[in-house]
Design a protein around this ligand. Sequence first.
Ligand SMILES: NC(=O)c1ccc[n+]([C@@H]2O[C@H](COP(=O)([O-])OP(=O)(O)OC[C@H]3O[C@@H](n4cnc5c(N)ncnc54)[C@H](OP(=O)(O)O)[C@@H]3O)[C@@H](O)[C@H]2O)c1
Length: 308
Amino acid sequence: MKAIVIDRFGDAQELHEAEIPVPRIDSDEVLVKMVATSVNPIDWRTRNGTRAGWGFPLLLGMDVSGVIAEVGSNVHRFKVGDAVIARPDNRGTYAEYVAVREDKLALKPATISFEEGAAIPLAGTIAYQVIVQQLAVGKGDKVLVQGGAGGVGLFAIQIAKARGAYVATTASTENHALLRSLGADEVIDYHQTKYTDVLHDYDGVFDTMDDIDNGLKILKPTGRLISIAGQPSFTQQNGHPSARHWRMHPNGQDTAAVAELVATGKVKVIIDSEYPLTTAGLRAAHIRSESHHAHGKIVITIADSPVK
Ligand SMILES: NC(=O)c1ccc[n+]([C@@H]2O[C@H](COP(=O)([O-])OP(=O)(O)OC[C@H]3O[C@@H](n4cnc5c(N)ncnc54)[C@H](OP(=O)(O)O)[C@@H]3O)[C@@H](O)[C@H]2O)c1
């Protein structure tokens, strides 16, 4: 099958097309014929050697959106032909076929395109886990979402708004209209204003920028900060307010919950750009992601959407 891989760590030029075997599935897995995937910052951090890889040729990518082509003997909740999305275990998704464990799968609602589906699994699921489960954001809570225009931030703002929170966020001015249209109550241009000067007594901070000390400054004594970008020190973890790191725990239930929010119109998927599954396409997509200024998700199209 066609895939985009790297043979050694390096810059985006290391990404290239290759023929690799279609994965064999275990009994608790399905084989997904991919329609789309997306690029996340962890992809280029792995590509350049900052994060651990898992052997060369290294297949990157962590978002699955496609149709089940084969099911293992112990798979009971999904069948061949189901349209699904998933954040699989670390196997790579820049490919025509991906094996996914059943517990990572969510059905893709028919009203969501495969491209939108590809944007949800990693970014949407971690946003859901942090806002709903880790910060337990509720009605009337004041929450700061750092990096609101990013892949994760856009989901986080909307999920927090769907729970009735008052949401502040940070972004460059060009993204303010978009973020307000999605419900953000207060948008701060971090180039011009320190959010610590204008935000006080917050219940929660979702730190996507490794800016933990500043985040802690705006919290109530009972407030909580969750960072997905940095590791709080021992003192920061146990202070009042407290800080914790959260690493995504992929699971199909949480991914399905986000897909449901999208299907019911409570959350919109914002796509920054789309590129094809080619050497040039992936190189351009990684360069776009490494710019740190994508607004929304960078989607990779792999095959035409199947017609039902
Ligand atoms: N722990 C985990 O399991 C986990 C999972 C997912 C992601 N992450 C991490 O979370 C971070 C965010 O991921 P992502 O996918 O949202 O990244 P992303 O889409 O690449 O984020 C891009 C956005 O960052 C904004 N930005 C850049 N510098 C900023 C600053 N100083 N203050 C506020 N916003 C700033 C930009 O906004 P403007 O253009 O408006 O400036 C841009 O829209 C990454 O570091 C990623 O590795 C961790």
